[in-house]
Structure formats: C-alpha cells, structure tokens
Design a binder for this molecule. Structure first.
Ligand code: 8GP
Ligand code: PLP
Length: 843
C-alpha cells in the first residue's frame, strides 16, 4: 500500500514539476488558450478586453508557480515571518508590475506585438484596485514590493473591499463621488481560497466558569453573530528574484451557524437582512484620510480582519511541531506590524486567544503579545487619532473591553509605581479617556501593547516623542524609534518613467533597480552635454505623454515648453492646496496687469493640481471648487495664453500618479510645518528628476539633507515656531501682505464665480483664524517659487541639479526602509529561494 502511494506521489510530482516556458511562442499559445478556455471565447472574440484578461491569466500562471514554490519553501524552513496588518493597500495596476518584476516585459510585448496588440495599450485596460486612501495605503504596497524583492518571508493582510476609494468626477467644477466597483470584470490577479475560512464573532456575551483542573476563573465569549472570513490571495512578485510573497485579503460571508439560529427563530426576513449585513462588513473602504470616523461598521471591519488574520497566523505557527516549542516562542517566529492603530484591536484579540483558548496565564500572554507587535504611527493630528466609545465596544466586543480594562489597570499600576500620586500623569496616559461617554484611546493601547513604536520621518518621530507620547517616552525609553518612509523604485522609477530608467540602465546595467546607491556614480556626469541631452529628452517625453492624456481626457491643450509645477495628493487644509491656489491667483493678477512685451519675457508655466477630498470634508471640497474656478478663468483668459495654464486633474490615483510625477519640474510639498508626518510623494518627484518647493516638514527635511539644501526651495515657519505663532497672531494682527490681499480681494469680488462659495475659505485665512498659517507663510512661499523659477531659467545648471538630486535618493528607496524595520523591529532574515528546476531562475 505504501509503495502504491509513493508511486502515485511520484507520478503527480513529475506531472506538476514541469514549469511553464516563457519564450514568445509559448506565451502566445498561453494567451490564445486563455481566450479560448478561461474566457470561453473560442475563435470569435479577440478584442482588447479579452486580450487584457488573457494576458493577465497567462502572467498569473507564471506568478503562481513561483508563489506556491516560495510558500512551500518558507514552510520547509523555520525562519521568522513578518505579517503586515493594514486596512489599506493602495495596490495600483498589477500587470506592468508583474511582467516587469518577472523579467518578462520584453517577451510579452513581443508576443502581443506579433498578434497585433500593444502591451502598453493592453495594460491600460486594467481597472486599478484602489483599496486605500493615499499615503498610508500606498506605503503598505511599496513595502510588499520590497519585502518580496529582498526575499523576506512576509505577508500582507487586509480587507478585500468590494468598493474601493470612490471615483472623483468634476461636475460644474465641484467634486462628485461615484462608487468604485472595481470587480465588474473580475480580478484575475487574485486566487479565491474558499477552503481558507475562519469564523469571526461579533456582539454576544462573556461567560465565566471555573477551570476544572486549576480552579481558576476563566472566560468564554459566546453567542452574538458569527461571520465567515474567506481568504483572497494575491501573489506579490519580487524584482530580480524568484521569491513571490502573498497578500491575503479577507471578504465577509454569512455563516451557516448563524443562518440556523435566526431561521429557527422563525424570522425569515430578519434573517436574510442579517445575512446581508454580514456581507456588508467588507463592502466599502472608509474614504477618509486623516480623520477618525468613529462608526461601528468601521470597528467591525477592523475586528473582522484582525480576528481572521490572527487565527490564520496562529494556525500556521502551530502546524509546525517542534519539540519543546510552545506559544511562548511565538515572538521568535512571528512579528506583526500594525499599520497605524487601525488593526490595534489585535492586541486584546491575541490576548483573548492566548487566555481563553490557549489557557495561558496573564503575564505569559502579555509577554508574548508585546514581543510580537510593532506599531507604526502615521500622524499626530488629534482628529486622526482613533478613539472608540466604550459603550459601543462593550456591545460589539464585550470580552475585548474587559481585557482592555485589565491591560489598563495593570499599566496604570506601573504608572503609579513610577510617579506615585501623580494623577495628572495617570489621566494623560490612561488607555481609557474619562470623557462622556468614555473612550478607548487606540494609540495608547498600541503604544502599551507593542515592543517598538515608530514614527515615519525624523521630525515626526521627534514630535511623537515630545508632543504625542512624552510620558510614554519617559516610561519606556527607547521604545519609540524612527524609521523614515521610502518608496519602491520598481514602480516609481522603472515602470513609471521608462525614458529615465532607460538612461540609467544603458549606463549602469539593470542592477540600480535593486541598489539605488549605484545611481550616485552618475553624479559626476551631471554637467555632461550628452547626458544632459538625454535627461532633458526624457523629461520632454514625459511632459508630452501627460499632455496627450490631458488633451484626450480633459480637452485641454497643455504647453510642453513650460515649467511643470505640481501638487498632487489628498486635499487637506494642512497640506495647503489653498496656499498654492492663492499663489496662482497672484500670478494671474501679475499677468493680467502686465504688457504683452512683459508677458513675452515670462517663464511659461503649467500648474497641475490633483487629489480627492473626503466626501464629508466641506472645506476641502471648497478648495477643489476654487482650484477649478481659477483654472477655468486662467485658461480662458487670452492674456494667459502661452504664459500660464492651470489644470485640476480629476480622480487622482496610482495610475495617474505614475503618469503625472515623471513630468514634473517642480512639485509642492507645503504642509504647515509639523503636520505632515513624512510624505512619500515628495520622494517620488525628486527620484523622477524634479525639485521640491516645500516647508521644513516630514521627509522634506531629510530629502534636503540628501540632495543639498540649496536644491530644495524651502520656506515658512518651522514646526517649533508654529505653536507660538498661532498664539501671537490671535492677539496681534500682523500687517497683511499686499499681494495676498489682492488675491483675496479678487476671490471675494467674484472674479472666480460666486464669492459666497469661497467666503469661508477666505475668512479662515484672516490673521486671527489662520490656523494653518497660510497668510503667515505666503510671502516666503512666493519667494521660494521665485527662487525655483530663477534656478530653472539656467537650464544646464537646473538639469545638473535635478540629475544630482535624483541620483542622491537611495535612502528613500523602501528597500532601505524595510532593512531598517527588519533590523530594528522585526529581527528577521531574508530567505531567498533558488528553484532547482526552473529554466530562467530569477526575474
Ligand atoms: C499618512 C501621512 O499623512 C503621510 O505624511 C505619510 O507619508 C503617510 O501616512 C505614510 O506614512 N497618514 C495617513 O495617510 C493617515 O493617517 N491615514 C489614516 C486615516 C487613514
Ligand atoms: N495618493 C497616491 C495615489 C500616491 O501615489 C501618493 C504618493 O505618491 C499619495 C497619495 C501620497 O502623497 P503625499 O505623500 O504627497 O501625501
């Protein structure tokens, strides 16, 4: 019998161990097969849509080989794994990334070309999954790319929202939101794992009972609603390596257990409705960036995904039987990173699993928990710090609320030991805020329950220590660390900017993509004529590529012989798009008041603004409206022809970022100092040969250090000055800047449409109200723009500056960031996999 099984196994192994071949004819065969059999469109429908789907499936087959091999390899080794828990992954399109990382771009392009299709065109058919809001979600996706590229055994865990980030359209110059149902044509990049599912409980009650053996009191969470979490897996290929990691996203489905209970109760309609409610948990991404929604559905999403994830992680850990190994060893084999506080309900959930299911004593469970988790803070803005109402939590997660109280009780005892009788400290540090109703401060929970807490840029980490968590920093010295953000050069240089990447590769070979330090060797050639020529050609091509898109989609003919000045990011008061718009209005006034001869001598300028406002954020929506109104006035005014154009590009997303960023000469990162934790857009712009006009905020400061202070046009109050300025301005009105006053007058007098629409925006920048210091920073802002313009006019030296800056950006590769996390937080080593049989080894 054993022999028979062995023979069969052998036979199966031989059948399955042959790898797909990726030469042009084999790729073509696979494309046609997918059209015929996967899409069931035999011989009559070879359109672009079908070919997009077929190409995706054909690439996916190749990903799957590497992915299953890698996962089997990880399972066979006993390395430490890292799980990145994030409510957002702003993935962007997959096809270009996959063929590029697999090293198959050329082969697919050729295979398609011979069949009469263009790979670029096929790739543009893909609807991008927008499962994130902005910086935080995009960071998570950059991290996944790097983790695979550097061969770390790491997975991303998140939610498979049915509706991603809303689609923004401009209707009469105002933002209107449309639902983003991105799954209309299915998603070829994922694998549905109907066999990987977990039950997740909500509501219910906590029962107490006595442990028969020890006589201790134990707790059991029972009843309530039970939802099923089903896994959807997406392979994440590394670049230039065989390793392919996994992103596991959960989708909610009703459970049978739940069906029976309700149907038996005779409430048919109620039961069906409740089933619908289960599915709605993973329906929609909360579209708010930097504000806490406080809604029960959001808490359900968080707990749902955390509970399924921790069950999955523990199951995988326990599957490996090693003599002497217990759950105590979990932190040696598992690191879990919390991307902001959104997944921080993980801390009481792991405690619950260890206490109530595994029957561990409290101290042991707490030790395991804190050594497993790391927490990344992404903002110190008070309105973004998550707090949950205690009564809401008590109802939805009664056992967790008990555990949180116990964590807090023990923690406050430590505070009391450290600062006896200091009630003020207790109040400030408590996980429970003594308000009405009481609130659970998730940042405090995450701080207490993690062994490392990190900020995302040096200044941000300094502020986390000094403003957000000063007492915690005293109590746990060394726990708060800095890990400056980074972005993946694969997507943001190699794929987004083929013209520039081509220059790098032609001189350095392809190795720079995984080792951005190598670009530094190009700096001595910054003044070389030939090099400058190809660099400028690349920029010109990128401007033309963007102009073509704008013409096709917005009907505006952009100049291409102009300086391209951009601000693209979520619309937020602290990011100060209003400062930008007021600067444009000033420029418009100057143009309108000048003679044709003077205008002929002006530097032609294209201003690009893009970004979404949270649907409920009225002020941000007004800023969009004003930007659109100014754009309309400027673009229709003959005096601006050839001198100034302004476009607000709708529906900013990853694909548009890939198109917009490489075309920029100057980009604006002009947040009120101290308010932008890091920014990652700033890094992408400089890597793509643009310079920054910015404040001394977030990663701008470190970028300036890397590229040379004179290559970042810096202005405005510093973070340390801001607080004091806010106070003095309230009492002492500074003399207003005449240029600002004129811009405000133009807006208030109706040059850009009904002034009532903008009166609140204008009131907000009156000196007594100017919380974001727009009026205060305005003169410095105009000076910084002038400095940038003056530098731009010396073309050869400008080109040299941009070359040197772009080639000095290695620290801002997410490869550096991830190595720092692996070292400072996760204590994790790479596990590169070399397949024994595979024909082409790496990507
Ligand atoms: C962002 C920060 O605002 C940005 O400076 C930083 O670069 C980025 O995170 C990545 O670290 N924060 C958020 O996007 C954020 O807090 N979003 C949550 C409310 C959803
Ligand atoms: N949204 C998208 C689509 C992005 O690509 C980026 C970064 O490039 C961001 C948001 C974050 O931009 P910023 O760091 O400027 O806020």
């Amino acid at each position: 019998h054993d022999d028979e099984i062995a023979t069969r196994k052998d036979q199966l192994w031989r059948l399955s161990s042959s790898y797909l071949v990726s030469d042009v004819p084999s790729i073509q065969r696979s494309l046609v097969q997918h059209v015929e059999y996967t899409l069931a469109r035999r011989r009559y429908k070879f359109d672009r849509g079908s070919f997009y789907q077929a190409t995706a499936h054909s690439v996916r087959d190749r990903l799957i080989e590497r992915w299953t091999d890698t996962q089997q390899f990880y399972a066979s080794r006993d390395g430490k794994r890292m799980y990145y828990l994030s409510l957002e992954f702003l993935v962007g399109r997959s096809m270009g990334n996959a063929v590029s990382n697999l090293g198959l771009r050329g082969a697919y392009a050729e295979a398609l070309r011979q069949l009469g299709y263009d790979l670029e065109d096929i790739m543009s058919q893909e609807k991008e999954p927008a499962l994130g809001n902005g910086g935080l979600g995009r960071l998570a996706s950059c991290f996944l790319d790097t983790l695979a590229t550097l061969n770390y055994p790491a997975w991303g865990y998140g939610i498979r929202y049915k509706y991603g980030m809303f689609e923004q359209r401009l209707v009469n110059g105002k933002q209107v939101e449309f639902p983003d149902y991105w799954l209309t044509y299915g998603n070829p990049w994922e694998v549905e794992r109907l066999d990987v599912k977990y039950l997740v409980r909500l509501y219910g009650e906590v029962k107490t009972y006595e442990d028969e053996q020890t006589g201790e009191t134990r707790f059991r969470w029972e009843g309530g609603e039970v939802v099923v979490a089903v896994a959807y897996d997406t392979p994440i290929p590394g670049y230039g390596t065989y390793n392919t990691n996994n992103m596991r996203l959960w989708s909610s489905k009703p459970s049978h257990e739940f069906d029976l209970a309700s149907f038996n109760a005779g409430d048919y309609y109620g039961a069906v409705e409740a089933k619908e409610r289960c599915e709605s948990i993973t329906s929609v991404l909360y579209p708010s960036d930097d504000t806490d929604s406080g809604k029960v559905l959001r808490l359900k999403q968080q707990f749902f995904f955390v509970s399924a994830t921790l069950q999955d992680v523990l199951r995988r850990y326990k599957k490996r039987i090693v003599p002497g190994r217990t759950l105590k060893n979990l932190p040696e084999k598992v690191a879990i990173q919390l991307n902001d506080t959104h997944p921080s309900i993980s801390i009481p959930e792991l405690m619950r699993l260890l206490l109530d299911d595994e029957m561990l004593p409290w101290d042991e469970a707490w030790d395991i928990t804190t050594r497993t988790f790391g927490y990344t803070n992404h903002t110190i803005l008070p309105e973004a710090l998550e707090k949950w109402q205690v009564p809401m939590m008590e109802e939805l997660l009664p056992r967790h609320m008990q555990i949180i109280y116990e964590i807090n009780h023990r923690f406050l005892q430590q505070v009391e030991d450290r600062w006896p009788g200091d009630n003020e400290k207790m109040r400030a540090m408590s996980i429970i805020e003594e308000s009405t109703p009481k609130m659970v401060r998730m940042a405090h929970l995450a701080m207490v329950g993690s062994h490392v807490v990190n900020g995302v840029a040096e200044i941000h980490t300094r502020l986390v220590k000094s403003r957000l968590f000063p007492e915690f920093d005293q109590m746990f010295p060394g726990r708060i660390k800095n890990v400056t953000n980074g972005v993946t050069p694969r997507r943001w240089i190699l794929q987004a900017n083929p013209a520039m990447a081509g220059i790098f590769t032609s001189i350095l070979g392809p190795g720079w993509v995984n080792d951005l330090r190598r670009l530094a060797t190009l700096k001595p050639f910054a003044h070389d004529d030939t090099f400058q020529h190809s660099w400028n050609e690349a920029k010109r091509l990128n401007k033309e590529r963007l102009a073509l898109w704008v013409k096709a989609n917005m009907g505006v003919d952009l100049m291409t012989n102009a300086i391209y000045d951009m601000q693209v990011k979520r619309i937020h008061e602290y990011k100060r798009q209003l400062l930008n718009v007021l600067g444009i209005v000033h420029r418009y006034a100057v143009i309108a008041g000048s003679t044709p001869e003077q205008r002929a001598r002006m530097l032609p300028r294209v201003c690009v603004i893009a970004g979404k406002a949270a649907p409920g954020y009225e002020v941000a929506k007004k800023i969009i409206q004003l930007a659109c109104a100014v754009s309309k006035a400027v673009n229709n005014d003959v005096r601006c022809a050839g001198v100034l154009q302004v476009v607000f590009i709708p529906n900013f997303n990853v694909s548009l970022a890939e198109l917009i960023i490489p075309a920029s000469d100057v980009s604006q990162h002009i947040s009120t100092a101290g308010m932008e934790a890091s920014g990652t857009g700033n890094m992408k712009f400089v890597m793509n040969g643009g310079l920054i006009v910015g404040t001394a905020d977030g990663a701008n400061i470190e970028i300036a250090r890397a590229v040379g202070e004179d290559n970042l046009f810096c202005f405005g109050a510093t973070a340390d000055e801001v607080a004091a300025l806010r106070n003095t301005m309230k009492s002492r009105l500074p003399a207003g800047d005449e240029r600002l006053q004129r811009s405000v007058r133009m807006i208030r007098s109706g040059v850009f449409g009904n002034p009532d629409d903008f009166s609140q925006l204008m009131d907000n920048i009156e000196p007594a109200n100017d919380y974001y210091l727009i009026a205060h920073d305005f003169p410095g802002y105009l000076d910084a723009l002038d400095m940038a313009d003056a530098a731009y006019l010396h073309q050869p030296s400008w080109t040299a500056r941009t070359i040197r800056a772009a080639c000095s950006m290695w620290e801002f590769s997410s490869d550096r960031t991830i190595k720092e996390y692996a070292d400072k937080v996760w204590q994790m080593e790479p596990l590169p996999f070399k397949p024994p049989h595979h024909q082409d080894g790496g990507g």
